[in-house]
Design a protein around this ligand. Structure first.
Ligand code: HEC
Length: 152
């Protein structure tokens, strides 16, 4: 599954490279609005993160060591959520789905957390880890987000 994902991303990147730059701007969505998260929301997100997520995703969401290497069970350790992994490749609806329902199809070790945390808490969590992303990662995420919202 990971391989398929990487191939898709690779193809997207190649497609980007081959696009004529004069036309490219037409394909790109408007710039992402600034991340105006309130300090209260970020504080709430961090608190929930530390209670429910830190034991796997690490301090400040840096991810587990060797997160790109499959464990003995053939599954991947918890990736970083701080923007140094690939969390910013996923539209928000996908992130919410993974947090609520766990790894898609039960194929990984992310547990379903939907019965432990509310929708508002998930909003705060996502805001908190998005506040850790670089501006570049956030802008690219916004492209995925806009494309996803256009499809649905
Ligand atoms: C028991 C360990 C564990 C806990 C607790 C846990 N996670 Fe995870 N998480 C994982 C693993 C392992 C993966 C990778 C899953 C896969 O490969 O399918 C993951 C994947 C994710 C992803 C997808 C990331 C990406 O880049 O694709 C998100 C988002 C996420 N977790 C958020 C959270 C949040 C938010 C919490 C707390 C509410 C949490 N996780 C709690 C182990 C955990």
């Amino acid at each position: 599954m990971r391989v398929v994902f990487l191939v898709v991303i690779g193809t997207l990147l190649l497609a980007c490279d081959s696009v004529d730059h004069a036309n490219h701007t037409a394909d790109i969505q408007a710039e992402a609005p600034p991340r105006n998260f309130t300090p209260e929301l970020l504080e709430a997100g961090k608190t929930i993160y530390e209670k429910h997520c830190k034991r796997c995703h690490g301090v400040d969401a840096v991810g587990s060591k060797n997160w790109q290497v499959q464990g003995p069970d053939g599954k991947y350790p918890a990736p970083p959520l701080n923007g140094t992994g690939h969390t910013w490749h996923h539209p928000k609806a996908v992130l919410i789905g993974v947090i609520k329902n766990g790894s898609p199809g039960g194929m990984g070790n992310m547990p379903a957390m939907g019965d432990k945390i509310s929708d508002d808490e998930i909003e705060a969590l996502i805001a908190w880890f998005q506040s850790l992303w670089s501006e570049q990662a956030y802008q690219i995420w916004y492209q995925y987000e806009s494309a996803h919202n256009k499809e649905t």
